[in-house]
Design a protein around this ligand. Structure first.
Ligand code: UGA
Length: 441
């Protein structure tokens, strides 16, 4: 079993650290945030992710997992270091902000004296790994014995543990000019998945970096494609949910990621397609990704359309209306509100004069920080009491399971707006509600 470190303990790092320990490795998780490290060391996950807390606690107890704020300790502990810090969008620009990845290299490399490999997992612009490699070698007493490889991560929030323990593929990018131990060591670390026949692809650094952004760009494009079809359906009185089912039966197209609605948000897809466009521009290849600008536009238009649809429901004015917004997280089974379509819509509705009360099963605390001026209810019932309309903007199972007849007793107006096309329109209509979805009549 390998002694390894995980640098950065956010969604990606905390999950990777716990899951690597679950596979039997001896893991040290490192972060500069002392509060986060103290929580993790006590077995508490600072965010909502199903199953993660059990895995974390089990492995701390077993002595395979611990946390620290010291890079010196990290350098002394492991021969494999997984770089898992964030690469957010730069303020006022499309490009990714690489200051956190660079600072990990700057903090760690000077302490590395023995041969070691740093595996980057963060999503970065193509070319970053080669640059970080040169930087690490220059800073480390180990010099050329310190390798930088790229091992992109494809986990989804809400399924992070399952996706890490049973990935659908593993990709390791290695500097072809400097073949070292990176491939061999990664095969040891991922031996369980490799034994389970998980495809294991060894590439050069640039290809590995591109695989990650290409995958996210494809997913974003698929969502915006169906949302563009939703616009057409709205114009032509057709139903995008039926259309998605019908084209999804073609195995070449597939039904997954073809749910029309409010579109994509979160900490990955929106900023990744923008950073990808910015990088293409730097490489004089901007034409290749011009379509992503349209993908972004279609996506943002869905939020505006949702606000319009709500206004239409009230004959053109939202002033004085009471609206219950169900959902604040960018998707269900997560408490992440980064670039959340639901909160964005809630904020716009409020600006147009509506009294908006938000409820989410997990994301209330994060939502309050990001949108402090919205009102928040402590329960679904409280949010819906006396509402003139109920808007479902994140498709939590709890909202899908709502009984329209019961809910009708609570509200003042039986209008439901389904921003995720996740409710059974017929059932709601039969219970006396006015139902409106996106891309449906
Ligand atoms: C995404 C990718 O799916 C992961 O493979 C990747 O590892 C991750 O980004 C990352 O780069 O770290 P995630 O951000 O967790 O994962 O969320 P997704 O499940 O991809 O959903 C993104 C958004 O698209 C959500 O707002 C969701 O509501 C929306 N979506 C998804 C749709 O609007 N329609 C769909 O059919 C599917």
């Amino acid at each position: 079993m390998t002694k390894l470190t995980v640098l950065g303990t956010g969604y990606l790092g905390a999950t990777h650290a716990a899951c690597m320990a679950e596979l039997g490795h001896e893991v040290l998780g490192v972060d500069i945030d002392e509060g986060k490290i103290a929580k993790l060391q006590e077995g508490q996950v600072p965010f909502f992710e199903p199953e993660l807390e059990e895995v974390l606690q089990r492995n701390i107890k077993a002595g395979r997992l611990r946390f620290s704020t010291s890079y010196r300790e990290a350098a002394e502990w492991g021969t494999a270091h997984f770089l898992c810090v964030g690469t957010p969008q730069k303020r006022g620009e499309y490009a990714a902000d690489l200051r956190y990845v660079e600072s990990v290299i700057d903090e760690l490399a000077p302490h590395i004296t023995e041969p070691a490999v740093i595996y980057g997992k963060s999503t970065v612009p193509v070319g970053t790994a080669a640059r970080l490699g040169a930087r690490a070698r220059a800073l480390s007493p180990a010099g050329a014995q310190l390798e930088v490889a790229w091992n992109p991560e494809f986990l989804r929030e809400g399924f992070a543990v399952g996706d890490t323990l049973h990935p659908d593929r593993l990709v390791v990018g290695i500097d072809p000019q400097r073949p070292g131990r990176a491939e061999e060591l990664s095969r040891e670390i991922y031996a369980t998945a490799i034994a389970a026949q998980t495809p294991f692809l060894v590439t050069d650094l640039a290809t590995a970096e591109l695989v990650k952004v290409a995958a996210n760009a494809f997913l974003a494009t698929k969502i915006s494609f169906i949302n563009a079809m939703a616009e057409l359906c709205e114009a032509a009185d057709a139903d995008v949910t039926v259309l998605a089912d019908a084209i999804g039966h073609d195995a070449r197209i597939g039904r997954r990621f073809l749910n029309a609605g409010l579109g994509f948000g979160g900490g990955c897809l929106p900023k990744d397609i923008r950073a990808f466009m910015a990088r293409a521009g730097e490489l004089q290849a901007h034409q290749a990704l011009t379509f992503l600008r349209e993908v972004d536009n279609v996506n943002m238009r869905r939020r505006t359309r949702m606000v319009e649809l709500t206004r239409e429901t009230f004959d053109g004015s939202l002033i004085g209306t009471r609206l219950a917004v169900l959902g604040a997280a960018f998707k269900p089974d997560s408490d992440d509100v980064r670039d959340s379509p639901a909160l964005n819509v809630a904020g716009q509705l409020q600006l147009q004069g509506a009294n908006v009360t938000v409820y989410d099963p997990q994301a209330m605390d994060n939502a309050r920080v990001l949108f402090p001026t919205l009102e928040y209810a402590t329960s679904l019932t409280e949010a819906c009491e006396g509402a003139d309309a109920v808007l479902v903007l994140t498709e939590w199972q709890q909202f899908r399971d709502l009984d329209p007849a019961d809910l009708a007793e609570l509200v003042r107006g039986t209008r439901v707006l389904d921003g995720r096309n996740c409710l059974d329109a017929q059932r709601w209509t039969a219970a006396g509600w006015t139902y409106r979805g996106l891309g449906r009549y």
